[in-house]
Ligand binder design. Structure first.
Ligand code: ACO
Length: 382
């Protein structure tokens, strides 16, 4: 545009890369994704092996510290996390004060943000030194607190004191959760535990690069996750499936998507141009959960949508496949959750603090607005 203002202060080369599509802003040893072939590995371990053999807490250890724990390390880690599950009474009070119909993610984001005010030891500004937060002991303390307290906060947000123990219709006996359902949830947590620099993790690293405390950073990252193009997609998928209602309505809905009047939630990914490996695992879990909780009839609509889209040139040409959110909402629905998920972001927080070259994140923009002009007082404007 003719009115483009030249930025005299710019030095060197500035690349315009909308939405960071081709920009790497960090080096990482945590997660490997090959979007063309549909491969996902945490610290080198294939996601399929971890989902089958590991547990969420062990995967969290692996992501954060780089190696699978020994028995002693795992016992100590689990003990520390379980030791930090209580949240401050005032946070509980805060959570009680929201409207009865408040969205659980809004409650969760606010609860996590509030936690920053209860743990000033994690705030370098209050401690007077940024070295403080780089101290292993202080950092580990925040990791234990966050891993321990976030499930409590999430459970509060859903008006449950404990995800599965409270859902007695899902319990086998004595309020013990059904082992198949706890395994299913554990696998879902593993599959969501990391996905390199997705929108929320990038937000975590971006906010964390200012050296703010991790509770404030996670609150911002959770807000990024809440959006329907990201973690909020599983909720959007459910609403979409409910609206479509039955398999015979699928062709009409896909026509609307092709005419760009609708979006096919749960499809497409910035990195995967192939089937998302997590979606494959989640599709199988859905049937295992239905065995326990009863078949969720919307699965027929989902299966028909997937089949029709994968045979349709519009979606094939754009390499649009089901993503992690396509089937997960159905599982939560079958289990009785009005739910959403949140990934573990601390591995990235720790890695970025340990990176000697890390700086505050501050992308530049390409200015395309007006050139300099003079202010016109209100009475002289047309
Ligand atoms: N439905 C219909 N068309 C789509 C979809 C979709 N879900 N996703 C992409 N497309 C089309 C776009 O319109 C575009 O077509 P065009 O080239 O003719 O204009 C083409 O496919 C490329 O899509 P982009 O929007 O450029 O892809 P981008 O990488 O920016 O977006 C995203 C990725 C946000 C995930 C997108 O695919 C989307 O909106 N999906 C639905 C929301 C969703 O399921 N999000 C969850 C992702 S997984 C996660 O975050 C946990």
């Amino acid at each position: 545009p003719g009115s483009r203002e030249e930025d005299e202060s710019s030095k060197g080369l500035r690349i315009y890369d909308p939405a960071f599509q081709n920009t790497a802003v960090a080096q990482s040893k945590i997660t490997y994704i090959n979007g063309d072939t549909g491969v996902l590995r945490y610290r080198g371990y294939p996601i399929e092996q971890l989902a089958e053999k590991s547990t969420y807490l062990e995967v969290a250890y692996l992501l954060i510290y780089g190696e699978l724990p020994s028995k002693d390390q795992f016992m100590n880690f689990s003990h520390e996390v379980m030791h930090h599950t209580f949240v401050h009474f005032n946070v509980t009070q805060l959570m009680r004060n929201f409207n009865y119909d408040a969205h659980p993610m809004g409650l969760f984001i606010s609860g996590i943000a509030a936690m920053s005010t209860f743990h000033p030891d994690a705030n370098p500004a209050l401690a007077g030194s940024d070295l403080f937060i780089r101290d292993d002991k202080v950092r580990n303390k925040q990791i234990f607190r966050l891993l321990g307290k976030t499930p409590t906060l999430a459970a509060m947000a859903y008006r449950h004191q404990n995800f599965l123990y409270m859902l007695d219709r899902l319990s086998e006996e004595n309020y013990k959760p059904n082992p198949k359902l706890s395994k299913a949830l554990d696998v879902l947590f593993i599959l969501h535990a990391d996905h390199e620099l997705n929108c929320s993790t990038a937000a975590m690293r971006h906010i964390g690069s200012s050296l703010v405390d991790p509770y404030s950073a996670i609150s911002g990252a959770s807000a990024a996750l809440y959006g329907p193009l990201h973690g909020g997609a599983n909720e959007a998928v459910l609403r979409m499936l409910e609206e479509i209602g039955s398999a015979d309505k699928v062709p009409g809905f896909l026509e609307e998507v092709k005419q760009r009047r609708r979006k096919l939630f749960g499809f497409g990914h910035r990195v995967y141009k192939n089937y998302d490996p997590r979606a494959k695992i989640i599709r199988n879990i859905a049937y295992e959960v239905f065995d326990v909780c009863g078949r969720e009839s919307l699965i027929d609509v989902a299966v028909e949508l997937e089949k029709a889209a994968l045979e349709d040139e519009y979606f094939v040409k754009r390499k649009l496949y089901p993503n992690v959110d396509f089937y997960s909402g159905l599982i939560y629905k079958a289990m009785g959750f009005p739910t959403d998920m949140f990934p573990v972001l601390f591995a990235h927080w720790k890695e970025s603090l340990e990176d000697k070259e890390s700086k505050i994140w501050r992308p530049r923009q390409v200015y395309v607005g007006e050139s300099v002009r003079s202010y016109i007082p209100l009475e002289h404007r047309e």
